[in-house]
Ligand binder design. Sequence first.
Ligand SMILES: Cc1cc2nc3c(=O)[nH]c(=O)nc-3n(C[C@H](O)[C@H](O)[C@H](O)COP(=O)(O)O)c2cc1C
Length: 400
Amino acid sequence: MTDADLPASSPDFASFQYEIYAAGLIDQRPALPVSAEQLQQSAKQQLSPEAYGYVAGGAGSERTMRANLDAFERWRIVPRMLRDVSLRDLTTSVLGTSMPAPLMLAPVGVQSIVHPDAELAAARAAARAAAAHGLPFILSTAASHSIEQVAEAMGQARRWYQLYWPRERRLAASFVGRAERAGYEAIVLTLDTWFLGWRPRDLANAYLPFLKGEGVANYFSDPVFRAALEKPPEEDPGPAIGHWAYQFANPTVTWEDIEWLREQTRLPIVLKGIVHAEDARRAVDAGVDGLLVSNHGGRQVDGSLGALDALPAIREAVGGELALLFDSGVRTGADVFKALALGADAVCIGRPYVWGLALDGQPGVEHVLRWLLAELDLTLALSGYTSVAQVAAEALVPAP
Ligand SMILES: Cc1cc2nc3c(=O)[nH]c(=O)nc-3n(C[C@H](O)[C@H](O)[C@H](O)COP(=O)(O)O)c2cc1C
């Protein structure tokens, strides 16, 4: 192909690197690091030990956090050559939500402990990422800004809502109804957090931000929650926080309750935290629409399997019947590629974007998303692929 034959380029995420090199000509270095590890180190310098420990830490010995990273080490990409990779198409669609690349922002609660703009900044960054289209943002129930505030900050940009199932069904129904009315396009029900995992870093600091009134905005703004209080939370926060502690989680929930949730909403339902193929099959029978294969970033069951290790068997178990998302341990564009190859339809980013938020609010999150998109685009191209749909198991071999 001659130069003249080259087609006009598609959204060129990879070109972010030339922007960085060009700035080098006037002696400018990127304002923030371009690797997850360095971002974390920089954020550590900036955050209080309590806030840093809350985000960085995991359950128990933190072996599961390491297992998440190690699981990616066990696979190697096998690049293919001479396939014309000048134009790439990273677009995809999951459960009716179209996205410019198979990347979403994982639900991360209580972001106010790392930056005052918290979820508003992260949601705006998601909305602005990847040119005009934006990457979908999953808002946590445990957020520091409400369902409605985040929706307003995002405008038309795509968003899903993550539900922590509270003690009372009527509060669950209220959260889901609010999300539906505020333009969220799916409900992600988290199943692995009926109790907080044993987290030594937070225990050593005796630090649980919710008890200080952080990360409770969705509860304090909810009519059902407020109706149970004698005085509004603004007037008397103590009992409101006590009621939060009562409502936060409901460990009695079983598969039968999923049927009830199915009846509460017309939105697609995604179960987050599934890591066993039998649970995945059960989810098909329960009539849900998707799964988010995840171990909560190693924050819940110390010693549990790396999340990526669970993915191939779950894809095999559900075939094409359910959409599959993945998170836990994704740190690079190559990691995203590997998760796609092992069966994920899209991949959620967790801690790396939170470090970006800690360092520079909205622009910090935008920076992280831009380099992840660039690295994914380059990994795709240099491995010989031009669309995410082409990426399958044969793109990988087990590491020697
Ligand atoms: C500080 C922090 C808060 C989190 N809060 C939530 C939450 O409110 N709801 C939820 O479903 N998952 C929550 N998660 C888990 C993430 O959605 C995701 O599963 C995890 O971050 C993936 O692991 P990774 O960040 O190591 O890649 C949280 C994770 C972190 C680090």
